[in-house]
Write a protein that binds this ligand. Structure first.
Ligand SMILES: Cc1c2[nH]c(c1CCC(=O)O)Cc1[nH]c(c(CCC(=O)O)c1C)Cc1[nH]c(c(CCC(=O)O)c1C)Cc1[nH]c(c(C)c1CCC(=O)O)C2
Length: 359
């Protein structure tokens, strides 16, 4: 027998039959029938069926084909029995859609042909219109029909994380040019963030309007900033993006290495704060203003023998036991070398240990 506890929050853009799904209940601070679990980067290179579908199709091309997006988004739901699907796309898709010349290089990441570094460069970042990403609307609609009782998470890159790619011209470790621009030309920086916030919010709105029932804002690289700079030059723009969806769907925020920023990230308005694997969830809860948390199994643990994986999953669940809400996830994305069967067993284990029928 499953005991359903009604969601304490009703989200205005969420279909009735999804309001009481474990993800939405946990995000609203209620008690779900079991701890919801999904994995960042659950669709992708660790799945043979993904590699088969992607054969000969470049990444960005695959994102613009609703048939492929639908299939790839559903693959991990079928295989793992996760409690949410995450829309198959990329944080740079809306930038490409407004005309930025970029590509995603396999094994490297997004590469920008002409980096954005001057006031004149900003002109290239025009607002995103829903018609620019009609294929996203089409794919989300088709997915929502196929997913039934499983919620679809839409996502976008946060302005800072998008800015790192645009300013550096590609992936970087230090984000030195980005920080130099932020500090050296604060007005130009604000102009850049303002345009990116509008694009990011529009991309999320398109997904929610088409039926996504939660969103995650990837503030992935914000952890390279001290709190002072994050609060002054980044948080207001992330808050603006999240504010565009207030009350419509639950909002999750996430970044890597953000242990020092959890309180400030919680203050940007998200209902759920994602935590990477560096900070235990009980400690993270003290930093994140008592909000529901998402995380935080180290993705590297999945490469260890099963007894180690099991022990670590149980540790995460134990550290989460007093949280106002917990969405089980990894502390960052699934590594390509992960065995899909281990992911499936993790989902099973979390469900077994947290379900209302669990002994
Ligand atoms: C920083 C960032 C990007 N993209 C994303 C982020 C934020 C997440 C994070 O913090 O890691 C977000 C993202 N990218 C992708 C998804 C799809 C949904 C999912 O999580 O399964 C999501 C949510 C698909 C993808 N995005 C990418 C792939 C791999 C490309 C391929 O399979 O050819 C996938 C499935 C490419 C990509 N795109 C990006 C990178 C760094 C890479 C990796 C490059 C590589 O190692 O090959 C930019």
């Amino acid at each position: 027998m499953t005991v359903r506890t009604a969601a304490p929050v009703r989200w205005t853009a969420v279909q009735e039959h999804l309001q009481d799904s474990p993800l939405l209940v946990a995000a609203g601070g209620g008690r779900p029938e079991r701890t919801p679990v999904w994995f960042m980067r659950q669709a992708g290179r660790s799945l043979p069926e993904y590699l088969a579908v992607r054969e000969g199709v470049p990444m960005l091309e695959s994102c613009a084909r609703p048939d492929l997006v639908t299939e790839i988004t559903l693959q991990p739901v079928r295989r793992y029995g996760v409690d949410a699907a995450i829309f198959y796309s990329d944080i740079v898709v809306p930038l490409k859609a407004v005309g930025v010349d970029l590509d995603i290089k396999p094994g490297v990441g997004p590469v920008i042909a002409d980096p954005v570094r001057t006031a004149a460069d900003l002109q290239r970042l025009r607002p995103l219109e829903p018609g620019d990403v009609a294929y996203v609307t089409e794919a989300v609609r088709s997915l929502v029909g196929e997913l039934g009782s499983t919620p679809l998470i839409g996502f976008a890159g946060a302005p800072f994380t998008l800015a790192t790619y645009l300013v550096e011209g590609g992936p970087s470790k230090e984000h030195a040019r980005t920080k130099a621009l932020m500090l050296g030309e604060p007005e130009l920086w604000a102009g850049l963030m303002s345009r990116l916030a509008a694009i990011s919010a529009a991309f999320l709105r398109v997904q929610v309007d088409a039926g996504a029932s939660a969103v995650q804002l990837f503030d992935s690289w914000a952890g390279v900033l001290p709190r002072r700079l994050y609060e002054e030059h980044v948080a207001p723009w992330s808050a603006q993006v999240l504010g565009a969806l207030e009350g419509r769907v639950p909002r999750i925020t996430f970044g890597v290495g953000t242990g020092e920023l959890l309180g400030s990230m919680a203050a940007t308005g998200a209902e759920v704060v994602g935590v990477d694997f560096r900070v235990p969830l009980d400690e993270a809860a003290r930093r994140a203003a008592g909000k529901p948390l998402q995380g935080n199994l180290d993705p590297a643990v999945l490469l260890a023998p099963w007894p180690v994986v099991e022990r670590e999953v149980l540790r995460v669940l134990d550290e989460a036991r007093d949280l106002p809400g917990h969405v089980f996830n990894l502390g960052h994305g699934v590594l390509p070398a992960s065995d899909p069967d281990v992911l499936r067993r993790v989902v099973e284990l979390v469900h077994e240990r947290t379900g209302t029928t669990a002994g």
